[in-house]
Ligand binder design. Structure first.
Ligand code: GTP
Ligand code: MG
Length: 209
């Protein structure tokens, strides 16, 4: 039987870090050097044939960097099941703001059981500078990111990999609660996630699925 999911994903981070560029690359396979700031929020849809019997629709919410000090984020974040926080490796101030975005997110949206929404960290514009990896591993572990990737929207590096990592974590949450139905009653049971190597894929994952 064909299974379909629709996941709302937030893409957040400071002005000009490349959120729109990453989405355009991922969804439309295009890149432009021209910067036009997003106003409010934009949307894009990516359809993934996840495996032979699963289709996943990712509804990507491209939130303007200038919304960080606005009060609309609560409305935008509602019912999200995953998030991407982006910073620009050429500008340290955008990394300094990562935790402000993450805290804003965690304070305004959680999953049904109060768990934070799985979030990946993207170190974008990696075509310009390379990073110190060990530092980001511990940063992710300490701050609740499920993984991080060096990406380039310009050169199309690691964007699909990051999306796959995020979707795997979202699916693991979906499967964590299996509804066992008997006439007139619902019992919530814990689902045991498959071993990690069940996924033919690796990422800089800081949290085990
Ligand atoms: P706001 O909408 O203002 O929040 O910005 P944004 O995060 O959506 O940034 P946007 O995607 O508009 O990109 C800003 C600028 O960075 C543009 O000039 C892009 O061409 C450039 N840019 C984005 N990604 C990359 C990248 O991977 N490498 C390089 N070299 N430039 C990039
Ligand atoms: Mg934008």
């Amino acid at each position: 039987m064909q299974q379909e999911y629709l996941f709302k994903i937030l893409v957040i981070g400071e002005l000009g870090v490349g959120k729109t560029s990453i989405i355009k690359r991922y969804v439309h396979q295009i890149f432009s050097q021209h910067y036009r700031a997003t106003i409010g929020v934009d949307f894009a849809l990516k359809v993934l044939q996840w495996n032979h019997d699963t289709v996943i629709r990712l509804q990507l919410w491209d939130i303007a960097g200038q919304e960080r000090y606005g009060n609309m984020t609560r409305v935008y974040y509602r019912e999200a099941v995953g998030a991407v926080v982006v910073f620009d490796v050429t500008r340290a101030s955008t990394f300094d703001a990562v935790l402000k975005w993450k805290d804003d997110l965690d304070s305004k949206v959680t999953l049904n059981h109060g768990k934070p929404v799985p979030t990946v960290l993207l170190a974008n514009k990696s075509d310009q500078v390379s990073l110190q990896q060990p530092k980001l591993d511990s940063f992710c572990r300490e701050n609740g990111f499920v993984g991080w990737f060096e990406t380039s929207a310009k050169e199309n590096t690691n964007i699909e990999e990051a999306a796959r990592c995020l979707v795997q974590h979202i699916l693991a949450n979906e499967e964590n609660t299996v509804i066992d139905s008997e006439p007139g009653s619902f019992v919530l049971t814990e689902y045991t996630a498959p071993a990690k190597d069940h996924f033919n894929f690796s990422c800089n994952s800081c949290a085990k699925i």
